[in-house]
Design a protein around this ligand. Sequence first.
Ligand SMILES: [Zn+2]
Length: 459
Amino acid sequence: MLITHARLATLGAAPRLIDDGALLIKGDRIAALGTASELAAHYPEAERWNAAGQLVLPAAICAHTHFYGAFARGMAVPGEPATNFPQILERLWWRLDKALTLEDVRYSALVCLVDAVRHGTSTLIDHHASPNAIDGSLDVIAEAARQAGIRACLCYEVTDRDGPRRTQAGISENIRFAQSKIQNYHPARPSGQAREQSEGPESKIACSFGLHASLTLSDETLSDCLAAAKDLGLGFHIHVAEDQADQEDSLRKSGKRVIHRLADAGILGPRTIAAHCVHVSEGEIEQLAATGTWVTHQPRSNMNNAVGVAPVEAMLRAGVNVGLGNDGFSNQMFAEMKAAYLVHKLARHDPRAMPGDLVMQLAYADNARLAQVFWPDLRLGELSEGAAADLVFLDYQPTTPLTAGNLPWHLLFGLEASAITATVCAGRVLMRDRRLLTLDDEAIAARSRELAALAWQRI
Ligand SMILES: [Zn+2]
């Protein structure tokens, strides 16, 4: 397919803005890009899609999310309002997740996937919990992601909070799901990594090993998880120091701060995601950098839970890998970028904090590097030959000059989610002219409303 008459914002190492550009998609990759007249002359036979001057960007990536949280929208939480983060966990999230059935898990995921397609987010790294519907839950989410046509990395968050039987069930679910992926190994590739063949729908689903957080995990469970994940060649996906309570618990349990406890337990490394890291010391930041561990930043969630502002710029200066997630907030990554842009300035009383180009780097270049942990052969977050054909179309008429250099500030101050008209993932068109092509959003919303009402009754 040849997309013509698009304004291409390539991003990548040498970002360009190509006015009246064109982009050739072959299979799941970008085969060529240039001006519309050049490519139309080169590929006269290709099926055309006239973008009519729309801005085309690489699709967004979300580094940390929770599909299972969708039913929380508008839910009345029983009892007094939570006054701190542990109470938010106990009164909201640990009640909601226990109420979920496998069908709820499916619809909760589908609702989030509709939102992702609508908002041009093609790749999501999910962290799942449903303590009364653990077995097979990752398959159910994978099916929903396949139906949507979205790329997703899945895991089940192991925790000791619901007793040893569920701890074991969580471990088994990670193992079972990872093994089902490993059966699709390409024999020519190095063993010990949950890689998949680059063709076919399977290649869009990847896996990690989920852990809830240090504060709900014993040393024994961490060591069981390490043994299992090592066997499978997986890294971990865990919440880290989201609130001071995680540090206090870790010091009580082990005499060590969370990062040091997790490092000693073998949990950190270049395939591990430590979500949040709001409360980390200088020494912990050094250890994150030394181990190559990924940190993900979720400013909307941090503000909502009033847990603090992660020292993102200090971590980046120290050489820590940092990506941008949404922690189950809407899959409008533009909104998360705007929150990141604003909150650091306010917290530090410094308008120079977290400049627009740095936000852009986190959301695209850094998130794309993180995605390569799970899809090693894929180049996301840029429009270039050989990169993934993951695109978003925006109906955007800039009212001031738009250049490759000032794009971040157009994105932060001009572009709204309502401008998004089309989403492409791995060469497949998931939404065109604002119409979803893979998911029946009305039917999904209707069933989700029924299921959510029943889940609320169980809470
Ligand atoms: Zn989270």
